[in-house]
Design a protein around this ligand. Structure first.
Ligand SMILES: [Zn+2]
Length: 280
């Protein structure tokens, strides 16, 4: 069965910014109205700055809370090539990354009472962490069992093709770790497609229709679609969450499941264990 996995990177670091609180309010309202589950991937620092607002969202019972590291340090270097040219974005050191993962886990536990099992890497990379078993080992050692790290194509830009589907890091030695590649275009190009002239889409409704069309392709192939938005991009370009409303509505029309990443992971693990049991 095809599935839509709604996820949000909640990462605004400035303690004086109201953006995260505003985003959490609108996300709670929209998810409650639509009766749909969603996952927040949170930076530890953002949790420290918005603890009360996050506790408020826990009352809805609709959200799951996972990690987006402590302060958004990159796991892999990016060499981005797009129509504006090229740029290099540097990664943190191994020690920094290990510290970031551990610290975020501790903050989520202390502030929200949550045991983290999933993580979205800052920025996301081509082929995820498939070529970095050393980083997968750090995550696994910190209790992470699902990761969203493959977000870009071979130019470290978007779109990542829709057919890149969730998979276990078997060959890297972590058969119980699931990658959720984020495919299609995403809100990292919203400032271009929705903001500055010449805009590709006239307004956010047009963009929502484009994304709903992508969902039709996903449903047709029985695929999973890990979808992502950010707190800041949402408040800047789609403060009423028109795109998310349209996606949920469209998923229901297509009889797709709307699920938490955590639950989809459990389902895939159970299938794997059943298949293993049948072989033994
Ligand atoms: Zn991020």
């Amino acid at each position: 069965m095809s599935v839509l996995l709604l996820g949000y990177d909640v990462e605004t670091q400035d303690p004086d910014s109201p953006v995260t609180r505003q985003f959490l309010e609108v996300a709670s309202r929209v998810h409650e109205e639509m009766e749909a589950p969603g996952t927040f991937f949170l930076c530890g620092r953002t949790v420290e700055n918005n603890t009360e607002a996050l506790i408020e969202t826990q009352k809805t019972g609709l959200f799951d809370y996972q990690s987006h590291t402590y302060s958004h340090v990159l796991f892999k270097c990016l060499w981005q090539v797009n129509d504006e040219g090229e740029r290099l974005v540097r990664s943190g050191s191994i020690e920094q990354i290990a510290e970031e993962v551990d610290k975020a886990n501790r903050v989520l536990k202390e502030r929200l009472g949550v045991t983290v099992t999933g993580l979205t890497t800052p920025w996301g990379y081509y082929r995820g962490l498939g070529d970095r078993p050393d980083l997968l080992a750090i995550l696994h050692g910190n209790g992470i069992r699902f990761v969203r790290s493959w977000m870009r194509n071979e130019k470290d830009w978007v779109p990542n093709p829709l057919e890149v589907q969730p998979f276990f890091y078997e060959c890297q030695g972590f058969p119980d770790m699931l990658e959720f590649p984020m495919t299609g275009r995403h809100d990292c190009d919203w400032s271009r497609s929705l903001g500055f002239e010449p805009r590709e889409f006239d307004n956010v409704q047009d963009y929502a229709e484009y994304v709903a069309g992508q969902l039709e392709i996903v449903a047709e192939h029985d695929w999973a679609w890990p979808y992502n938005q950010h707190d800041h991009s949402t408040m800047r370009h789609d403060p009423e969450m028109v795109v998310i409303r349209r996606l949920i509505e469209k998923a229901r029309e297509l009889r797709m499941e709307v699920a938490l990443y955590r639950d989809y992971y459990k389902q895939r693990m159970a299938e794997k264990e059943r298949a293993h049991g049948a072989q033994a």
